[in-house]
Design a protein. Structure first.
Length: 404
């Protein structure tokens, strides 16, 4: 009762002559002395951790590898101590090597001049995140990106929006606020509707006609699985990516909701609709635009565009059945090797089974298993078990009652 739930890994004895002997468990939280003692314990614990993190980073690294998840849990549950808990967070970035981890203070010290935001990418697999197309622009411009790679990180980034530091001392001190900015979000447009339409028209004029026609074709092929198809200048060395709409729920929120429904047993996987951004300067996209311009009805376009789309889903961890890509990959490979413009895609034959039929099959299987067990002769069961049984079929066990 003295410490919050996220500190449950702490064990110890508190000796005090100020705790009333007749206090009841139901009223312990309302006791002023108990609350004061609790605040003191938590404050001292956080102070010790901060001191270790600053003076003994190697030891704190070992502590973080074992108990880091509890600190993250505290960030979600203990809002009153958010600032102190943020200082204890450790993470990998796009620039850290091997098992190196840093905190927010180290990140700020390594920021480039003029950088106002803390860039981050949330996911579930660190190796997949390090080759993410979202990193293209930031790697090209030497901007460090924090990589949050555990499920609980998605819940954290739903709860914290900024990191504050005090710069200077005394009367000259000032508070500096750094906003957290996810790099997998599409460009945000904040203009009024009229200005937005005007800007959109000007942007269309800048995009070549062939590219606009190609984007329309991409939208037609993928359909309502995406919000829209557009070009982007944030994809250095990458052909495409799926960006989260600025006005919609963040990718962290989407993953958190998916995790929540999975835990609740109502896991119905729905691929989130995002913006499909293409890099017109990438050789692959550039040649696809030319192919579409020369032959809008080319049969090569659909399988390649769909494959690019599902590659992006796979990179995001949002592709429910990766094996479903195999027939299309084989189709594209055959086109490439044979030089044919049209190759039949051989889809696997999958017999659709309704939920009712599936339940009936499971019941039949259980009954069949039960019948099989009943058919095994009793003497065979005893023989196979290697145990001794009496004539009533009960197991005989030797036990020395005097033996502890």
């Amino acid at each position: 009762e003295l410490i919050p739930h996220w500190m449950r890994f702490i064990k110890g004895i508190v000796e005090s002559d100020e705790i009333p002997l007749n206090i009841a468990r139901e009223t312990i939280q309302s006791n002023r002395r108990i609350r004061k003692m609790s605040d003191l314990l938590i404050k001292r614990f956080l102070r010790e951790l901060k001191g270790n993190a600053e003076l003994h980073p190697d030891k704190y690294k070992e502590f973080w590898s074992v108990y880091g998840e509890f600190i993250k849990e505290g960030l979600i549950q203990d809002r009153g101590r958010e600032k102190r808990l943020k200082d204890l967070l450790r993470f990998k970035t796009s620039k850290t090597k091997d098992d190196e981890i840093i905190g927010f203070k180290e990140y700020l010290e390594r920021m480039k001049d003029g950088q106002e935001d803390i860039y981050y990418l949330a996911g579930e697999n660190i190796n997949r995140m390090k080759i993410s197309p979202h990193l293209g622009y930031y790697l090209e411009n030497d901007l460090e990106v924090i990589l949050f790679d555990t499920p609980i990180d998605n819940f954290i980034m739903m709860n914290i929006q900024e990191y504050t530091v005090t710069e200077g001392e005394g009367e000259d001190s000032k508070v500096k606020i750094y906003k957290f900015k996810p790099i997998d979000i599409s460009e945000k447009v904040e203009e009024s509707k009229d200005k937005k339409d005007e800007k959109k028209e000007k942007k269309k004029e800048k995009i070549p006609k062939e590219t606009r026609k190609f984007l329309e074709r991409v939208q037609e092929i993928i359909g309502d699985k995406i919000v829209e198809a557009k070009v982007s200048n944030l994809l250095h060395n990458y052909p495409c990516r799926l960006a989260t709409p600025a006005e919609g729920p963040s990718s962290s929120m989407q993953r958190a909701m998916r995790y929540y429904t999975h835990v609740k047993g109502t896991d119905t996987f729905q691929v989130p609709r995002k913006i499909f951004e293409l890099n017109p300067d990438h050789p692959l996209i550039r040649d696809l635009i030319k192919l579409h311009s020369d032959d809008p009805k080319s049969t090569k376009l659909e399988p390649v565009i769909l494959q690019l789309f599902e590659n992006s889903l796979l990179a995001e961890g949002d592709l429910p059945e990766p094996a479903s890509m195999v027939p299309r990959i084989n189709q594209i490979l055959e086109m490439f090797i044979t030089g044919k413009d049209e190759v039949e895609r051989i889809e696997p034959k999958v017999q659709e089974v309704s939920e009712e039929e599936e339940e009936v099959k499971e019941d039949d299987q259980r009954e069949e298993n039960a019948e099989t067990i009943e058919k095994v002769p009793e003497n065979e069961q005893k023989k196979d078990s290697g145990k001794d049984y009496n004539k009533d079929g009960k197991l005989i066990v030797d036990a020395d009652l005097e033996d502890d």
